[in-house]
Design a protein around this ligand. Structure first.
Ligand SMILES: [Zn+2]
Length: 208
């Protein structure tokens, strides 16, 4: 059965040279990431929570949201977080041409300067990924999906599963979006609390 918290292992194996799915283990570090922001209310709530646990994270921003709130990239960086490109308008790479896909990523670059990229929906074709690599992007997927956006599953159960699948070096996805806000903030706090107690630190993805 498909595990909705973990990426499909076949895809992971096929793309392991092109896409980063997890970081090195051995240092008790976890890489928390946020997709689909920034949002004027949710992103500051997330930043406040991260500060309480001395946690650094990575925010994969949508260009169309940075256009609305252009101060966020600098603001996030000044607090020690990394920022990444999550495209301008969130296209599905499996459903649009490589040309349109790359243009959308480029359009996001006009609003923020970062060579980290995460494909919307985690959907990207091998040619699209190769092209972005050629342009100097580092492509990050994830090893654990929190399912914070899923309104139909119980937040406490989602948290328990997200904790269970997270290991040393994991890249974990949350969403700083209005849609996920309530469940995400509940889960994020429980997640940070749990792994702080276990002696882990929370790091931003390297920008070089
Ligand atoms: Zn997204």
């Amino acid at each position: 059965m498909l595990n909705k918290y973990r990426p499909p292992s076949r895809l992971k194996a096929l793309t392991s040279g092109l896409l980063t799915w997890e970081m090195h283990a051995g240092q008790n570090k976890i890489y928390v990431t946020f997709d689909d922001g920034p949002d004027a209310r949710v992103t500051p709530s997330v930043m406040g929570l991260l500060d309480r646990y001395q946690a650094k994270a990575t925010f994969f921003l949508l260009g169309r949201n940075v256009e609305k709130y252009p101060f966020f990239p600098e603001h996030l960086r000044s607090r020690g977080h990394s920022i990444g490109n999550h495209s301008f308008s969130h296209p599905d790479g499996w459903k649009c041409s490589s040309r349109l896909y790359l243009e959308d990523v480029q359009k996001c670059s006009q609003w923020m300067d970062s060579k980290l990229f995460r494909p919307p929906y985690g959907r990207i074709t091998i040619p699209q990924a190769r092209q972005l690599k050629k342009q100097g992007f580092n492509l990050f997927m994830w090893s654990v999906l929190s399912n914070d956006f899923d309104r139909f599953s119980n937040p406490a159960q989602c948290l328990a599963k997200t904790i269970r699948y997270t290991t040393d070096g994991a890249i974990v996805v949350f969403h700083d979006s209005l849609k996920a806000e309530k469940k995400m903030l509940f889960m994020l706090e429980g997640f940070l609390e749990h792994f702080s107690r276990e002696g882990f630190s929370f790091e931003a993805l390297p920008v070089e």
